[in-house]
Ligand binder design. Structure first.
Ligand code: SF4
Length: 360
């Protein structure tokens, strides 16, 4: 049973584990809470605004021997794993990958998918047995209920049917990208999505200018107000999630990219990047794990040096307000509190307040 008050995202989620955040504030080496991994660059779609459009051209997929090694290093210490892409469910070894992740110790496994093969029996089997939550991104609804969109809802219904029938704990979520010109559609589309049997619906900002120096959010004027109206028109038990801080105009301030010690991103090329919003960008590369994947790769001097050099003045992806800079801003505030000697304040928000507390 999902707690309807629990949030999927808040900046404080980075600090939900008091021991880990305290260790970081004390200058100790920590394992991340979550690893986000592109299982493949291949996709069933080619969205015009895809952030990784040109970067995905090589069509790379991570293979099991690499995953075995990486999961062996992190699985015993890092509780959360997110598999994304591209489209992770189209990878032939997707079922083996999630089974391996469980075996190696990851406690919460989340999938970000466009719905790809979630109607295939072998993928459903793997989702029901090993995965904690799947978030299906909804596409092609901005002008009308396209065939693609309706087909995705049918796939969600089919997955919900099996979850109920077989008593799986898999949570099914869906996400919608927001920008001002889509505001008139949230209610119609959102109600259809909720009717498909999803556990929660997540709104988040659409970003633009991925091919430029400084990607940023598209205009979000009126988005939050429109979502509030939609909430009022929705069934009382509808779980509608909004990462409000990502819509905030407040500047993010951090001296180091602290957030990327808690959430690490690995691309389908085996490279560790500073964050999901800058994967495949040369200047965001932290460490090539094809060259160094020893037990202590997290503390490789080059990786630590790069993370220490990135700050809110030079991080060119800051305008998208993705998780690493938002978390970094939050941790920077905790550092100030901690340095002022006000210990005990500000960290360790109860994990009960979050859905999937290990998926940050
Ligand atoms: S579904 Fe996602 S990864 Fe695939 S093309 Fe669209 S935006 Fe890119």
């Amino acid at each position: 049973m999902i707690n309807g008050q629990a949030k999927i995202f808040a900046p404080s989620k980075v600090a939900h584990d008091p021991q880990r955040i305290k260790a970081y504030l004390d200058g100790e080496q920590i394992f991340p809470v979550t690893m986000e991994l592109d299982l493949t660059q291949l996709c069933t779609r080619s969205c015009p605004g895809c952030p990784y459009c040109s970067a995905r051209k090589p069509g790379l997929t991570l293979q099991l021997p690499f995953l075995d090694r990486l999961f062996s290093v992190l699985g015993p210490h890092t509780p959360g794993l997110v598999l994304t892409g591209g489209e992770p469910t189209i990878v032939p070894h997707f079922p083996e990958t999630v089974a391996l992740a469980r075996k190696k110790g990851f406690r919460e496994i989340a999938i970000i998918s466009n719905g790809g093969y979630i109607d295939h029996a072998d993928i459903q089997d793997a989702l029901l047995e090993y995965v904690t939550s799947i978030r299906v991104s909804l596409y092609d609804w901005q002008d009308e209920d396209s065939e693609y969109f309706i087909h995705t809802l049918k796939k969600l219904e089919g997955l919900r049917y099996r979850v109920e029938k077989e008593g799986s704990e898999l949570q099914i979520g869906a996400s919608m990208l927001t920008r001002t010109e889509r505001n008139h559609r949230y209610q119609t589309v959102g109600l259809r999505a909720l009717n498909s049997g999803i556990d929660w619906l997540y709104f988040h900002p659409y970003c633009i200018d991925w091919d430029r120096e400084r990607p940023t959010q598209a205009d979000q004027t009126g988005v939050l107000e429109t979502i509030e109206q939609f909430k009022e028109a929705s069934p009382q038990d509808a779980n509608i999630q909004v990462p409000y801080e990502r819509y905030s105009k407040k500047p993010l301030i951090f001296e180091k990219l602290h957030g990327s010690h808690f959430l690490i991103q690995v691309g389908a090329n085996g490279v560790n990047y500073a964050g999901p919003e800058c994967k495949y960008e040369d200047d965001a590369e932290l460490l090539d794990l094809n060259e160094y994947l020893e037990d202590d790769f997290l503390w490789h001097p080059q990786r630590l040096k790069r993370l220490g050099e990135i700050n809110s003045n030079n991080y060119r992806f800051i305008g998208t307000k993705h998780r690493p800079p938002v978390f970094s801003d939050y941790v920077q505030k905790l550092i100030s509190i901690y340095q002022d000697g006000k210990t005990g304040e500000g960290f360790g928000e109860s994990s009960d307040h979050f859905l999937d507390p290990s998926i940050i």
